[in-house]
Design a protein around this ligand. Structure first.
Ligand code: OAD
Length: 260
């Protein structure tokens, strides 16, 4: 990444921002990679670890809930240890920077809750959250489950199996959150696409929706993706390196813009 590209990108964003603007950030597993959480694809990805991947299948949860929970507990242990990365913090700083004037919406495929932990307020979780639970029998929400569970699977007072509120393989994105995400992509003046391979629908279509509506689309990913050729700026970079630089530069430009 050259510094001039970063400068050009920050300037292009600043030029796009006006009173009616909306900034949308679409994130994927790569954004959390630097916290120690595995991605799905690529070296070290969950798709190469079939035993962990089982925790993402709806089929196993139904057939063998105890076994499913044994695997899922390993992911819960990981989740209890991770903290937001500099990339998460940069996105929270960006929201704070824009908040008095315009709206920032994060659309994430991640279930780790790290955007909220970093301080972002408007987060659409396309694949749900591994930090919320509900009963598969009566539907009751269980906001808290102790880290160490005496009995697996955990059960509701009604006797039903409790599960996390995540979208598993074999399940679909809830319609309501998808409609909100789609509308946000349509309204976006600027869309940042960070740390996603764009291999999984429907999230993979959102950058095309933004491009169709003439948004300025920027990608940050160490690898190329199907979006790389179409994005106005496509940085081959790690999110925790590039996002803080971009947000800092934008802060300076927006200050100048407001003073003039
Ligand atoms: P993937 O694992 O498919 O892609 C992660 C992307 O992050 C890759 O393109 C990497 O190059 C990139 N990456 C890795 N490290 C990075 C870093 N430090 N900074 C920026 N980018 C980095 O993850 P997703 O695209 O999120 O769905 O996967 C989408 C969905 O696939 C997941 O939500 C999951 C899975 O099916 C469900 O579980 C329902």
């Amino acid at each position: 990444m050259s510094e001039s590209q970063l400068e050009l990108c920050a300037r292009a964003i600043a030029e796009r921002l006006g009173p009616e603007s909306a900034v949308v950030v679409l994130t994927g597993a790569g954004l959390s990679a630097e916290t120690g959480l595995p991605t799905f694809r690529g070296a070290g990805g969950l798709l190469n670890a079939p035993e962990l991947l089982e925790a993402f299948t709806a089929d196993l949860l139904q057939r063998a809930p105890r076994l499913w929970w044994e695997v899922f507990q390993r992911l819960r242990e990981l989740l209890s240890e991770v903290r937001p990365s500099p990339a998460h913090i940069a996105l929270s700083d960006l929201e704070a920077l824009l908040r008095p004037h315009l709206r920032l919406v994060i659309i994430t495929q991640n279930v780790d809750g790290l955007h909220q932990a970093a301080g972002n307020r408007r987060v659409l979780e396309l694949h749900g959250s591994a930090r919320r639970y509900y009963c598969t029998c009566c539907g009751r929400a269980h906001s808290f489950l102790p880290e160490h569970l005496v009995e697996l699977p955990p059960r509701c007072a009604c006797g039903g199996v409790i599960r996390p509120a995540v979208v598993l393989f074999g399940e679909v994105t809830p319609e309501e959150v998808w409609q909100e995400a789609y509308a946000a992509a349509q309204r976006a003046s600027v869309m940042l696409v960070v740390g996603t391979s764009l291999q999984v629908e429907p999230a993979a279509s959102l950058p095309a929706v933004a491009l169709y509506n003439r948004a300025l689309v920027i990608e940050i990913n160490p690898e190329t993706t199907p979006l790389s050729g179409a994005a106005r700026f496509s940085f081959r970079a790690f999110a925790s390196h590039l996002l803080p630089l971009l947000v800092e530069r934008l802060r300076g430009l927006l200050r100048q813009k407001m003073a003039s």
